[in-house]
Design a binder for this molecule. Structure first.
Ligand code: AMP
Length: 421
């Protein structure tokens, strides 16, 4: 038997209803905050990700699914959505109609990471981007969206962590101070950190290896190196979160794994996920639109790990799956033909009706109806045909009534719609 690829997974009926519920909840929230949906393709030119995410990052260095297509062009299954959304924004000049664009997209991402709980090679993200606003008020609004979505999904134990990465003017000063510090502790760092410290010293700050964490505990803070504008924007973010009554933790080591971030970065962390504590992450990327060939336009956004969110929502899944309103248990070929006509009419009228298509005993049909959770069963056999009325049984109370075959579909529609049995 051919099995699915390692690190990939099926989202099966029983689980998928929860995913639909999360998606519906997110869509309502996005609509209320003025976001439009955008659906970029899942493959892009490799160059797009190299230029945006950055050559020295884990994603580009070792996690992308990249291959030549049949003509030799290098293409990549998207490891994240922002680059594609920005590419689309530029290509279709979405700035021409309104300088501010709020966009969201929901879909699969691909990274060839080591599979483990909460870490897949195809995973899903709910992604939001606001392009065209420089103010940290929008960063605060994105964090409001994230905590609201979590609370509407009954996720307890979430905490926004925030930091600023400064801008290309003030970050080099910090980078220098950080590099000096890292050189002093490099003997205590893991191989990965020692390798990347020159190319990308910021990444050493968020290494999860305990010895690196200890070594970096006394590292200089980016927040002490912000220029006045960046510092002002970070204050504005904190004040806006205070105004919205959103608690947060300032986390000077939060740098995140992509190169394009500037100023505000944030993560929503939770204790409910074990080692993979980030359920969402995001931040400002004021230079990316320009870097990818668009106008000089500030932007900010986030990505929620859909798979991780689905693991921690506090919602009873059993209530989400729909069950049949009616199951028709028909006995004999003639009754089955009638049943088929009835259930077709009922389904078209918006009533979920099922039947048994083969020759099965009444007992086995009742069993199946029960297993499916049908609230009513309509029984029709030779006797019912002769009497001109079928039997409708309420599966909970076990009450039974007789329903004339004449006008049966209309009678059933009335009953189901009025929640009468
Ligand atoms: P990132 O694009 O790396 O900032 O990730 C944003 C969010 O996506 C993270 O906070 C995770 O919740 C989720 N995520 C990232 N990588 C994976 C993965 N391999 N498997 C599942 N979820 C992931």
């Amino acid at each position: 038997m051919i099995q699915l690829i390692r690190g990939f997974k099926d989202i099966l009926p029983g689980e998928v209803e929860l995913w639909q519920h999360i998606e519906d909840t997110a869509r309502v929230l996005f609509a209320d905050f003025g976001f439009s949906e955008i659906r970029p393709p899942i493959m892009e030119r490799t160059e797009l990700f190299k230029r945006s995410i950055g050559e020295g990052t884990d994603i580009v260095e070792k996690e992308m699914y990249t291959f030549p297509d049949r003509k030799g062009d290098m293409i990549t299954l998207r490891p994240e959505a922002t680059a594609a959304v920005v590419r689309s924004y530029i290509q279709h000049k979405l700035y021409a109609t309104d300088p501010v664009r709020k966009l969201f997209t929901i879909g699969p991402m691909f990274r060839r990471e080591r599979p483990q709980k909460g870490r897949y090679r195809q995973f899903y993200q709910i992604d939001a981007e606001v392009i065209g606003v420089a103010s940290a008020l929008v960063d605060a609004q994105l964090i409001l969206l994230l905590v609201t979505l979590c609370s509407r999904l009954n996720v307890t134990d979430v905490m926004p962590h925030i930091n600023s990465l400064g801008c290309p003017e003030c970050r080099p000063v910090f980078r220098k101070a950080l590099s000096r510090y890292i050189d002093g502790v490099s003997a205590d760092l893991c191989d990965d950190c020692r390798r990347r410290k020159d190319k990308n010293p910021l990444r050493v700050l968020d290494c999860k290896v305990p010895s690196c964490r200890d070594a970096m505990a006394g590292a200089p803070s980016v927040l002490e190196h912000l220029d006045p504008d960046c510092a002002g924007e970070f204050d504005l973010l904190k004040k806006a979160l205070d105004t919205l009554d959103i608690p947060y933790i300032v986390d000077k080591n939060l740098v995140r794994g992509l190169d394009y971030y500037t100023r505000a970065t944030f993560e929503i962390q939770t204790g409910l996920l074990g080692a993979q504590s980030a359920v969402a992450g995001g931040g400002r990327y004021d230079k990316l639109v320009r870097t990818l060939g668009g106008p000089d336009t500030p932007a900010t956004g986030f990505a929620i790990g859909f798979d991780r969110l689905a693991e921690i929502v506090g919602i009873d899944r059993s209530g989400l799956a729909s069950t049949p309103d009616l199951f028709v248990a028909a006995l004999g070929e003639q009754c089955r033909a009638l049943a088929f006509e009835w259930i077709s009419g009922l389904c078209l009228a918006g009533i979920r009706a099922e039947m048994e298509y083969g020759e099965k005993s009444l007992k086995s049909q009742m069993k199946r109806a029960n297993r499916m959770g049908a609230s009513r069963v309509l029984i029709v056999g030779e006797n019912e045909l002769t009497e001109g009325a079928a039997v409708l049984r309420d599966m909970k109370t076990k009450d039974q009534v007789s329903i004339p075959l004449e006008g049966l579909v209309e009678t059933l529609i009335q009953k189901v719609k009025q929640q009468a049995f």
